[in-house]
Design a protein around this ligand. Structure first.
Ligand SMILES: Cc1cc2nc3c(=O)[nH]c(=O)nc-3n(C[C@H](O)[C@H](O)[C@H](O)COP(=O)(O)OP(=O)(O)OC[C@H]3O[C@@H](n4cnc5c(N)ncnc54)[C@H](O)[C@@H]3O)c2cc1C
Length: 390
């Protein structure tokens, strides 16, 4: 594990140097991104330390480490928490037991490691499903591989209790996601996959008319792609004894509306790695402190992701909301490093999520003060004007 920490620091140093080089020369992010042949939003992620990493990259990196062996098609069946043993079943039904100094449960929202921990007294666990589910559709690339929509924007079609969003992929396509209630109006139950072509196309033309011409495979995507649920899972602690720890969705599955689930998982790993390195790779010295340090961050991003669902679904089209976002942008421009919008703190910094939320609350109080001040100035001005006219 120790091998990864220096490269994390090296990446951070390189990112900082890249940003410094750009700022010193007055080069905009868009211009620098064009020179590097990447998108401005990707450069932004790189410069601020939360780079998106795919499983593909992770596997490649892990595969290059001499002491890492990858085993596929082994299902974790049980865990001996005290011994730190993991019992796997292979496809042919045979079992194999693995034992290590530290067993890291990175097995997702329905973690088998966590399921074993749940059977122990003193382990807290909760799960709650959102009333909305999701289904993915596609906007293909243009014939020359370009984007059919602005790739630097987050596209949202807010429709009260339902919405569709579109996020760009590197190959010029967009993944559109429908976040609809499972039941009721404008819901998955209201437009079953078995609906006729006319019913499906008629519904989309009515509700998402401008997007329909961009989605030639809409009918088959809608019929064939699964409708999935969205769950928030919390547990406490994230470790058991001195040999077993949970990271990622296994510890904190969150709804996807802040785009942070995977980033939070990588952050768990980075911090666990740094803590282990500082403690001479002794899990017993680290695991309780890791749980205490990361749990507030996991809870905060779970809450923020749920709140962002309501914001994206109900508020993004409101003039007040848009005015507030503009004001935040102006303030972060004139007070860089002092005023930082919550979204930027969460998405483009390594500030722990709960501290980002606290800072945003303090800034909200300042914004509210500015709002009240402005209203007071206007009222005083009007009163003074009326008095002068009398
Ligand atoms: C619609 C949607 C959109 C999202 N968008 C974003 C986004 O924009 N940005 C972002 O950061 N995050 C996003 N996320 C969240 C992100 O996908 C997850 O947070 C992330 O994949 C969690 O990684 P993980 O490694 O903890 O778990 P997983 O990715 O779930 O990986 C768990 C692995 O464990 C394996 N496994 C499970 N059980 C067993 C077992 N018993 N035995 C052996 N292996 C097992 C699974 O096969 C899987 O390979 C999104 C999620 C959803 C649903």
């Amino acid at each position: 594990m120790g091998d990864r920490a220096p490269s994390t620091r090296r990446d951070a140093r390189l990112a900082a140097r890249l940003r410094r080089h750009r700022l010193d020369r007055g080069i905009t992010q868009a211009a620098m991104a064009a020179r590097l042949g990447i998108s401005a939003s990707y450069l932004n992620l790189i410069e601020h330390g939360r780079r998106p990493l795919g499983a593909e990259l992770l596997l490649r990196a892990a595969g290059e480490l001499p002491d890492v062996r990858l085993h596929f098609r082994h299902r974790l069946e049980d865990v001996d928490l005290d011994a730190g043993e993991a019992i796997f079943v292979r496809e042919d039904g045979t079992h194999v037991t693995a034992r290590g100094t530290l067993l890291v449960g990175a097995d997702g929202a329905f973690s088998a490691v966590r399921a074993r921990m749940q059977r122990n007294p003193g382990f807290d666990y909760s799960q709650s499903y959102l009333e909305a589910g999701y289904k993915e559709l596609t906007i293909p690339a243009t014939e020359d591989g370009g984007f059919r929509l602005d790739e630097h924007a987050l596209h949202i079609w807010p429709r009260g209790g339902s919405m569709m969003i579109a996020l760009p992929n590197r190959d010029g396509t967009f993944t559109c996601t429908l976040f609809w209630p499972m039941e009721g109006d404008h819901s998955f139950a209201g437009l079953p996959e078995s609906s006729s072509d006319d019913e499906i196309m008629g519904f989309f033309r009515r509700e998402y008319g401008d997007a329909v011409p961009l989605m030639p495979t809409l009918l088959e995507d809608y019929r064939e792609n699964p409708t999935s649920t969205l769950v928030t899972i919390r547990c406490d602690p994230w470790h058991w004894g001195d040999r077993v720890v949970l990271v990622g969705d296994a510890a904190h599955a969150i709804v996807p509306f802040y785009g942070q689930g995977m980033n939070a998982a990588f952050e768990d790993v980075r911090i666990l790695d740094e803590m282990l390195e500082a403690a001479g790779d002794d899990p017993a010295k680290v695991l309780p402190a890791f749980s205490r340090r990361r749990k507030p961050a996991g809870d905060a991003i779970a809450d923020l992701a749920l709140a962002n669902f309501v914001e994206m679904r109900d508020r993004v089209a409101s003039p007040l909301f848009l005015a507030r976002k503009k004001l935040e942008k102006v303030l972060s421009g004139v007070l860089p490093g002092t005023f930082e919008p919550l979204y930027d703190l969460v998405s483009f910094s390594n500030t722990p999520y709960h501290e980002a939320r606290e800072k945003a609350r303090r800034q909200d109080r300042i914004l509210a003060g500015i709002g009240i001040g402005l209203v007071a100035v206007v009222v005083i001005g009007v009163v003074a004007g009326v008095a002068a006219a009398i």
